[in-house]
Design a protein around this ligand. Structure first.
Ligand code: PEP
Ligand code: MG
Length: 323
């Protein structure tokens, strides 16, 4: 099996009927790049920068961040690198940033909400480091937990301000940085057609999106049965996001666990997902599966799935289609 998968390492990701897909990886530190290269990943679809902040006793300096981002961009040698700006709060805490106790941390003050709110200094430092690093590779910047358009605009404006400041200092910044957003809150997913006019790309964060859409915490054993990636409601939300991006000539990726799930992949190919970001160890099995799928056939399977009533029916449909 390992030898069979190894054949796919230096291959492009193509379906049986010749449709190209992008297979990239989620990382937490520059050290994770080795795993991507060993598994034939085509880039980084999600660099979770919060580990830079969580593994420290003080906030990382601009220089420290610059070095980390530069290492990832250079390590990927011109392949796309999607860096997500700081996503803390919720279950992710920082020792040096005491946040008030929250009754509902997942509905609270987290991620971009803090970065464009009380933590502008920390955010500006990160944006400067990212912009400085942008000349070392193919950087794409992504904002987490965007809920309403004014948040996306505020974050983008802060980015442009930092860019202007750097240029005024004579520091080079890449002119081709795509600026996109996570799609992980139902409100923005429902309004994806409007966001698609302003964001360069979307990446669907199914870990949060499924939880928020099903109103179920998968860590709670009493309700974890409701955490259903294959529920037609989730598939419809995913379809809406992908279609909205394509209507504006933009692309959509997925960086939640669902992207590397071998039962979900046929559906996602059928729904037209452009980029799949997963742990490095999932890349070769995913590429092998995709090589056996016909996109035209999966479009029909996805269409049927969208008209079903339960996750169980969808799973049966996919299993039969894979036979
Ligand atoms: C997600 O929500 O799917 C996601 C990729 O972000 P995180 O798991 O870091 O919240
Ligand atoms: Mg998330």
């Amino acid at each position: 099996l390992k030898a069979m998968l190894a054949k796919f390492k230096d291959q492009p990701t193509v379906t049986a009927d010749g449709h190209h897909l992008e297979l990239v990886a989620n990382i937490g530190t520059p050290n994770d790049i080795e795993g991507i290269i060993n598994n034939g990943g085509e880039g980084v679809g999600l660099y979770r920068t919060e580990f830079l902040y969580m593994d420290a006793s003080v906030a990382p300096s601009e220089e420290e961040q610059y070095q980390a981002y530069k290492a990832v961009l250079e390590g990927m040698a011109g392949k796309p690198v999607v860096v997500r700006t700081l996503d803390i709060g919720g279950d992710k805490k920082l020792p040096y940033l005491p946040l008030p106790h929250e009754e509902n941390p997942f509905l609270g003050y987290r991620a971009l909400r803090m970065c464009i709110g009380d933590f502008k200094d920390i955010f500006n430092t990160q944006l400067r480091a990212l912009l400085r690093a942008s000349v070392h590779g193919n950087l794409k910047i992504m904002f987490p937990m965007v809920t309403i358009l004014p948040e996306f605009r505020a974050a983008k404006e802060m980015l442009l301000e930092q860019k202007a400041a750097l240029l005024a200092e004579g520091i080079a910044v890449s002119e081709d940085i795509e600026v996109g957003m996570m799609m992980e809150v139902p409100a923005s997913a429902i309004l994806a057609d409007q966001f698609a006019k302003e964001a360069d790309f979307f990446s669907i964060g199914t870990n949060d999106l499924i939880g928020y859409t099903m109103a179920a915490d998968r860590m709670n054993q009493k309700v974890s049965y409701l955490y259903q990636p294959y529920n037609p409601s989730i598939l419809r939300v995913v379809k809406g996001i992908i279609d909205a991006s394509h209507a504006e000539g933009k692309w959509t990726g997925m960086c939640g666990e669902m992207a590397g799930d071998l039962t979900a992949i046929p559906l996602l190919v059928g729904l037209g997902l452009d980029e799949f970001s997963m742990s490095a160890s999932s890349i070769l099995p995913a590429r092998e599966l995709m090589s056996r799928l016909s996109k035209a056939e999966m479009e029909k399977v996805a269409e049927q799935a969208l008209q079903m009533g339960t996750a169980e029916e969808v799973v049966e449909l996919v299993n039969n289609a894979l036979k």
